[in-house]
Design a binder for this molecule. Structure first.
Ligand code: CU
Length: 298
């Protein structure tokens, strides 16, 4: 999965405070027994919502809490879908820890949900990446702890038996495990997630779309999305992903899949450095035009 790439691109900075992002994305899950209602609440995650770099010299315990939601939101204006999410946003919140840390992971399944959910983190070396330990029914909360033993940028995703449906509906994100020496300082960090959505309607067809298992099996997505919505990043969405000429930025990019991988190219530039497949610890690749970011699911 993900590439932790660094590149210099042009633009200017305007990052809203983290609280604003949290307030904007606080979900209002629908009652799944009622017919879906139009909820224009934004599901797209803010690309600047990245936890700060770690400057500790010693390990600690990092506590992470997430709530799973089933929520109606717009894929594009007039087109709604019942998404599933971690904390009401796509990709789910980025988690940041360092090698040697213990991560105390708490997952709550919102009581208004209709399905079980859990979390499988590829930073966990252990049974199901924590999936069984975190399996929660609606209204339930579970906590498990793991030790981060290797650095890199890894996918996390819901891993219930119907996991492809859950991932395609939005249940994926990234966890960064920094090496003990940390990562080189950059001026900006951004976090993006790609995945594809398979629906019973055509792209752009107004109304509520349901999930299409046949289309997923045939690998014929209705939408391939970055941060869960059409045009999530840009003037009509989150427009915070801008930096000044000469500044540096690191992009954390996760491909949730469930079927497609990404070929990630910065237009008008190249990636100065790429950590292939999100691996930190092996040599970086330099001056790369396009880097593959394999789907994290399998
Ligand atoms: Cu799920």
């Amino acid at each position: 999965m993900g590439a932790a790439g660094a590149t210099a691109v042009a633009g200017c900075v305007s990052a809203p405070p983290a609280e604003e992002q949290a307030a904007k994305s606080t979900p209002q899950p629908p009652n799944m027994n009622e017919s879906p209602v139009l909820d224009t609440q934004r599901i797209a995650g803010n690309p600047t919502a990245v936890p700060p770099p770690i400057d500790r010299d010693s390990p600690t315990t990092v506590s992470v809490e997430m709530t799973t939601h089933e929520q109606v939101a717009e894929v594009e204006p007039g087109v709604t879908y019942t998404y599933m999410s971690f904390d009401g946003r796509i990709p789910g919140p980025m988690i940041r820890a360092r090698v040697g840390d213990h991560v105390e992971m708490t997952v709550t399944n919102d009581e208004s949900n209709s399905m079980p959910h859990n979390i499988d983190l590829h930073a966990v070396r252990g049974p199901g990446g924590g999936a069984e330990a975190s399996m929660v029914a609606p209204g339930e909360t579970k906590t498990f702890t793991f030790k981060a033993t290797y650095p890199g940028l890894f996918t996390y995703h819901c891993a219930v038996p119907n996991l492809d449906y859950h991932i395609s509906s939005g249940m994926f994100g990234a966890i960064l495990i920094e090496p003990e020496v940390g990562l080189p300082a950059v001026d900006h960090e951004f976090y993006l997630g790609q995945h594809e959505l398979y629906t019973t309607g055509d792209a752009g067809e107004e109304g509520h779309h349901d999930f299409d298992f046949e289309a997923m099996k045939d690998e014929e997505p209705t939408y391939v999305l970055i941060n869960g919505e059409k045009y999530a990043i840009g003037p009509n969405g989150h427009n915070e992903m801008q930096i000044e000429t000469g500044e540096s930025a690191r992009v954390y990019y996760v491909s949730g899949g469930p079927n497609l991988s990404s070929s990630l190219h910065p237009i008008g530039s190249v990636w100065d450095e790429v950590h292939p497949q999100g691996g930190i610890g092996s040599d970086v690749h330099r001056n790369i035009q396009t880097t593959p970011v394999p789907r994290g699911r399998r």
